[in-house]
Design a protein around this ligand. Structure first.
Ligand SMILES: Cc1ncc(COP(=O)(O)O)c(C=O)c1O
Length: 341
């Protein structure tokens, strides 16, 4: 299939992760995370975040989010998240299922970002026994609409979270793209903003599959391994999940690739916005570009073989660049938009 702009999940495995897999494929190794690749990958994360976090490797983002949330709350609690949060719209109720019933309370906010005032309003709306007790605020960074929380915005959320004694969960399926966009150390966007648990996305950053769950709140990590096992998320051949991370983290490939994806999205945004009938729906701050296009252009693009989603967030065409996006793909897409117009 030609290279697409439909999703960063369409991309293959980056060479660093692939080489690491090949290296890890030598001989025998202890199973269930007792191997040295897993230990090294955990240490790499601790070095990257400059903190002694607890690290777990799971197969996908839904499991990472759902299990992380479950570890921070009881069944009678609630989780405040954005109306367009992946945990609300695209996880088939997994957070509610794995927490045995914790309710998601939906907040609004511009361009996919939680508004701290709205979050506080939801947290303080009810204090009686009949309402699920707010326990967690969940953010996505970068957001489902391709925007990025700036440090000041994260701190404003942190203040609300701390004022009410809640926990902070970060869905970082595209955390790397946010770090690349903001150009600050990962620690500044997480530990220093009071994040308890980060689900760090690997699949969209160049792995074949796999996400890392990082507990900065060490107490919350207690018995998390049992949750993973019970949920079918404990890989017996863990070395193959962990080794990929080693390849991605070791020489900064994770950040280079995320920056590359963001740059491709920036080029796409510039080229599309120069066309009269294209409407940019949200500020392009990471690797996603959301545009409004005339219906006949959408049909013509699909006829020319382009794949893309039109149901995410408020609708519109979502275009997503990945670690391997080529400039020629961006230019070919733009040329087809022009032709269709
Ligand atoms: C914001 C966000 N969170 C989490 C995920 C992870 O989902 P999956 O369970 O498909 O790996 C995705 C994938 O699209 C996502 O966009």
């Amino acid at each position: 299939m030609r290279q697409q702009l439909a999703s960063d999940n369409y991309a293959g495995l980056c060479p660093e992760a692939l080489n690491a897999l090949v290296q890890a494929n030598r001989g025998h190794a202890p199973s269930y995370g007792q191997d040295h690749w897993t230990a090294e990958a955990c240490d790499q994360f601790r070095a990257l975040f400059e903190t002694p976090c607890e690290v777990f490797f799971v197969f996908n983002g839904t499991a990472a989010n759902a299990l992380a949330l479950a570890s921070l709350c009881h069944s009678y609690h609630s989780v405040v998240c954005h109306r367009y949060a992946h945990i609300e719209t695209d996880e088939c109720g997994a957070p509610e299922f794995f927490s045995h019933g914790a309710k998601l309370l939906l907040a609004d906010g511009e361009a996919g970002k939680l508004d701290p005032a709205r979050v506080e309003e939801i947290i303080t709306r009810r204090g009686d026994i009949h309402y699920p007790k707010p326990r967690i605020v969940s953010l996505t960074q970068s957001t489902e609409l391709g925007t990025v929380y700036r440090l000041s915005e994260l701190r404003a959320i942190q203040q609300v979270v701390q004022r009410h004694g809640l926990s902070l969960h970060l869905d970082g399926a595209r955390f790397a793209n946010a770090v690349a966009a903001l150009n600050v150390p990962p620690r500044a966007l997480t530990v220093d903003c009071g994040v308890d648990v980060l689900c760090f996305g690997g699949s969209k950053n160049g792995l074949a599959l796999g996400e890392a769950v990082l507990f900065f709140n060490l107490a919350a990590a207690e018995e998390f391994a049992y949750r993973c096992k019970q949920a079918g998320q404990l890989a017996s051949k863990m070395r193959f999940l962990a080794a990929q991370w080693l390849g991605l983290l070791k020489e900064g490939a994770w950040l280079r690739y995320a920056a590359h994806a963001n740059e491709c999205a920036s080029l796409l945004e510039r080229e599309l916005c120069a066309l009269p009938e294209v409407e940019l729906l949200f500020p392009r701050q990471a690797n996603a570009v959301f545009v409004g296009l005339p219906e006949q252009v959408i049909v013509a693009l699909r006829q020319r073989g382009w794949l893309f989603y039109t149901f995410i967030g408020l609708g519109g065409v979502r275009l997503m660049c990945a670690w391997d996006t080529e400039e020629s793909t961006v230019r070919a897409f733009v040329a087809d938009v022009k032709a269709a117009m």
